[in-house]
Write a protein that binds this ligand. Sequence first.
Ligand code: GLA
Length: 391
Amino acid sequence: MSKEEIKTFIEKEKNSGNVFHFFCPYRVCPLGAHVDHQLGLVTGFAIDKGTKFSFFATEDCEIEVYSDNFEGMAIGNLNEEYERQYIWADYLFGAAYALKKSYTLTKGLKGIVSGEVLGGGLSSSASVILTYLKSLAFVNDINLTSVELVNLAIDAERNFIGVNVGKLDQSCEVFSKKNNLLYLDTKTDSAKLIKIPKNMPDFEIAIIFSGLERKLAGSAYNMRVDECKAASYALKGFAHLEYGKFNDTYLRDVPAGIFLQYKDKLPSNWAKRAEHFYSENERVKKGVKAFQNGNLEEFGKLIFESGRSSIEKYETGSEELKVLQNIMENTDGIYGGRFSGAGFNGCAMAVINPEKKNEIAKKIRTEYLKSFPELKSTFNIIFCKTADGIN
Ligand code: GLA
């Protein structure tokens, strides 16, 4: 079928019970950046922008999906071997790859996928994978628990797409609730939803797209993960702790006191990565308390500090995102902001006072484009609210 034929079919059959729609939100992580792969503490909000997928089932495992954002198509059969093509279609077949490890799939699907914001840093990759997982499970009558959904999406991203992600993105996009902050311990998997307290001033979330698209596969993301692991392995060695296998080594296993005692023995880059880890965990704990108390000023201040630590200690954040950090720190009406996600281009996020939206948008745009006039046509700023996880 052509894209137009699929669209026409979806429109024509919309009330027939044969066509389905799923939505999976994107996420922002105000505090707890770059620590999930070391089993640290994270926070997150799902936002009211995300992936939409309209689809219908095929009887014979056939797949035919078009995107409203990208050229090309995802075409194939779930019974056949799929070779990665380094295009958006990989995410669909990555979801199928993970699901097929535990379940037999007899039905495929045809449909149209669309993403609301482009650019990256909002974890659109986890969002599309989750959407496809849920859709494939649905047409095959498989009931996935939320925890299973998260784990399958992580498996697809790590073992099919090839990025050693932690649990942050998938957890935020599944477990979040509107008007709640998700607080997750990625070591114990304990997840808490903290309701926005009544005494907290109103806030919205600004998404500021640098104008340059993000790329994780092929970026230094995996190298940073290795640096953290190396730091933790070395610290365990210095302190004569049981160190086990390198692959199963995380900074979370090493008490902060051991880091303080031996940090000068570490290569300076590894020490900086570890410093980010320990300080970020503390910021998360303080930030969660501030949020519970309705103290948005304090919560925001910690987000700014987290952004600085990601830039200076974890050494990520493109030049454009660093400029955005400076601008956000000097803009009235922004409680706190930082780059969103891994920092290899993409977006920044900020918690803002909704009464000052217009001034904030104007100031950021003007200041940013002074430094990067060539990004005028792709730079963008939007405002959004918190949302529920995938439904
Ligand atoms: C990406 C990864 C997440 C997390 C963030 C940084 O979004 O997918 O697992 O590591 O970067 O906090």
